[in-house]
Design a protein around this ligand. Structure first.
Ligand code: S3P
Length: 450
């Protein structure tokens, strides 16, 4: 992996005053991965502006280089990607290390399934625990062979070959599985179809179109979608502008919302309707939140998010909204801990198979910080009492960037500091998180007594 791993160690967050300022957050992780993958296949040179330079995305860059693409960072901070053309990936001469990234792992497994060679994959201890059967099943049905550790887990090898197109109905609502199948279909003759009973983030479809591919999306009466892609279309290089990641903006939005007197504007946030559930939910909790300047950039909806601090109230988050905010629950659990009354967040079984078991890890850390809650198989019920939680705990991050940032947000409003055992994990998705938060008035530093 070419990512520079920051030295691991504890980071603490101390009670601060109100947060104020106007900021931007790093580029969207999902869109960044896809820009490198599709750019790496397209004919010509793709320019990517605003690429997330986090470890997850750097793993994808490294893997695409091993598969033959030329990827460079220019002096102006934009990235150039020269692609190899659909169907002409080169056999990698080393194992592809996916680090912590489930997205890189599952999308690239799909990509190489139609390439006539063996591709070996590994990752970190978190990725080695994550379920890969969900992608192994459709890829095997298409004709690839997946040789893995027991339970279809990493490390594994994908033996690619000429595939058969399939029509695949997603058994779990997962954009990664959908994207894996579509990428496998890209160099497969005929029409590959994915049926999603519940719509998941559609960045792959949007970006395939942006690179000149024809993708048909039929929206069914029940809201489900049928996505079809004719294989062996050539992709043409494009200019990609990556918006700020709404999942990263969520940490700042919650931090501002729980600190009375705050006013924070986060500019240029991606607001794809399949990603923006957190902002709606904060609104349901009584947060003073406004979305300004809505516009479309490079096929994605973008806007500015302004949040003022105050007292939040508990609510029932509709389980059907979970898919549009699945990565934001850890920090929503923090918001609920500062609210008055009960917040019920269910329908979240997928949280148990993310970078960590986010229900269990958050429940343990929140309880250690004095929060009253009930843990269920599929979510948490948090009882807030309108007072700041006690804090004062050191929380295990379990190689999970969003756990680390959630508890650091908690610390800025808790009575006593909150420490996370390993701050380096934040490099996965949000390089410079502590510095950005501190520029708004937070007090986050390294070491238990920082
Ligand atoms: C992602 C999809 C989601 C999300 C992940 C990124 C993507 O995962 O949690 O952080 O970029 O496609 P699932 O596909 O497992 O829901």
């Amino acid at each position: 992996m070419n990512a520079q791993k920051t030295v691991s160690g504890p980071v603490s967050s101390h009670r601060s005053g109100p947060l104020n300022g106007t900021v931007t957050v790093p580029g969207d992780k999902s869109i960044s991965h896809r820009s490198l993958i599709l750019g790496g296949l397209a004919i010509g040179t793709t320019t990517v502006e605003g690429l997330l330079e986090g470890e997850d995305v750097l793993c994808t860059a490294d893997a695409m280089r091993k598969l033959g693409a030329t990827i460079t960072r220019n002096e102006d901070g934009k990235w150039s990607v020269s692609g190899v053309g659909v169907g002409t990936l080169g056999e990698p001469d080393a194992v592809l290390d996916m680090g912590n990234s489930g997205t890189a792992a599952r999308l690239l497994m799909g990509l190489v399934a139609s390439a006539p060679f063996n591709t070996f994959f590994c990752g970190d201890a978190s990725l080695h625990k994550r379920p890969m059967r969900r992608v192994a099943l459709p890829l095997t049905e298409m004709g690839a062979t997946i040789t893995s550790r027991s339970g279809d887990r990493f490390p594994l090898c994908v033996t690619g070959r000429d595939l058969m197109p399939i029509e695949y109905e997603l058994p779990v609502a997962s954009a990664q599985v959908k994207s894996c199948v579509l990428l496998a279909g890209l160099d497969t003759p005929g029409i590959t179809t994915v049926i999603e009973p519940k719509p998941t983030r559609d960045h792959t479809e949007n970006m395939l179109r942006h690179f000149g591919a024809e993708v048909s999306v039929e929206v069914r009466e029940d809201g489900g979608r049928v996505i079809s892609l004719e294989g062996q279309q050539e992709l043409k290089a494009a200019k990609v502008i990556v918006p700020g990641d709404p999942s990263s903006a969520a940490f700042l939005a919650v931090a501002a919302a729980i600190m009375p007197g705050s006013e924070v504007t986060i500019e240029n946030v991606g607001l794809n309707p399949l990603r923006d559930g957190i902002f709606e939910t904060l609104g349901d909790m009584g947060a003073d939140i406004e979305i300004l300047n809505i516009r479309i950039e490079a096929g994605e909806q973008v806007g500015d998010v302004r949040v003022k601090g105050g007292l939040l109230k508990g609510c029932v988050v509709p389980p059907e909204r979970a898919i549009s905010m699945i990565d934001e629950y850890p920090v929503l659990f923090v918001a609920a801990s500062f609210a008055s009354g009960t917040t019920t967040m269910l329908g979240l079984e997928e949280l148990r198979v993310k970078e960590s078991d986010r229900i269990a890890v958050m429940a343990e850390g929140l309880k250690a910080c004095g929060v009253k809650l009930e843990e269920l198989d599929d979510g948490l019920i948090i009882h807030g009492n309108a007072l700041p939680p006690k804090g004062g705990a050191t929380v295990k991050t379990e190689l999970d960037h969003r756990i680390a940032m959630s508890f650091l947000v908690m610390g800025i409003g808790s009575e006593e500091p909150v420490t996370v055992d390993d701050g380096s994990v934040m490099e996965t998705s949000f390089p410079g998180f502590s510095k950005l938060m501190n520029s708004l008035g937070a007090k986050i530093g390294t070491g238990p007594d920082a």
